[in-house]
Design a protein around this ligand. Structure first.
Ligand code: HEM
Length: 128
């Protein structure tokens, strides 16, 4: 007996791919966020985020097999993430979550985590 993971409940990898593809389609057009991504091709970044989220929600541990311990705050240290960057990130993610048409309780669980994680990633104080 084991409980069903959120990874399974949402339909596994294809759902996370869809979420992240939708998110990055927004990032690709975002004047604040797009320049933060060092690579021309957003595909590899999308792949890393997809694998991370799959692992976080109980799916395969492919992210850590490829990238090691997530240590996400440390990995974001090179980027300037203030309230504006956080809010832009969350705006694209909100749209992507809505597009999945998940059952409300699952969408809420997913969103609550993403929102907390985005606030946690902020690494600069805003100007007074
Ligand atoms: C990587 C920006 C929040 C998960 C990155 C990268 C940038 C970035 C520019 C480098 C692209 C790459 O090479 O992968 C931001 C901004 C955020 C934010 C502006 C605003 C708050 C988050 C949140 C999560 C997350 C909330 C998780 C829920 C990741 C992951 C990677 C990554 C897994 C790849 C790490 C690696 O393995 O190297 N992010 N991020 N990010 N981000 Fe974020």
């Amino acid at each position: 007996e084991r409980s069903v993971t959120l990874f399974e409940a949402v339909g596994g990898e294809p759902t996370f791919r869809k979420l992240v593809d939708e998110f990055y389609a927004g990032v690709a057009t975002d004047p604040l966020l797009r320049p933060m991504y060092p690579e021309e091709d957003l595909g590899p970044a999308a792949d890393r985020l997809t694998l991370f989220l799959m692992q976080y929600w109980g799916g395969p541990n492919t992210y850590s097999a490829q990238r090691g311990h997530p240590r996400l705050r440390m990995r974001h240290a090179p980027f300037r993430i203030g309230a504006a960057e956080r809010d832009a990130w969350l705006r694209h993610m909100r749209r992507a979550v809505d597009r999945l048409d998940l059952p409300p309780d699952i969408a809420t669980a997913l969103w609550d985590y993403l929102e907390r994680a985005a606030f946690f990633m902020v690494n600069v104080l805003d100007d007074p």
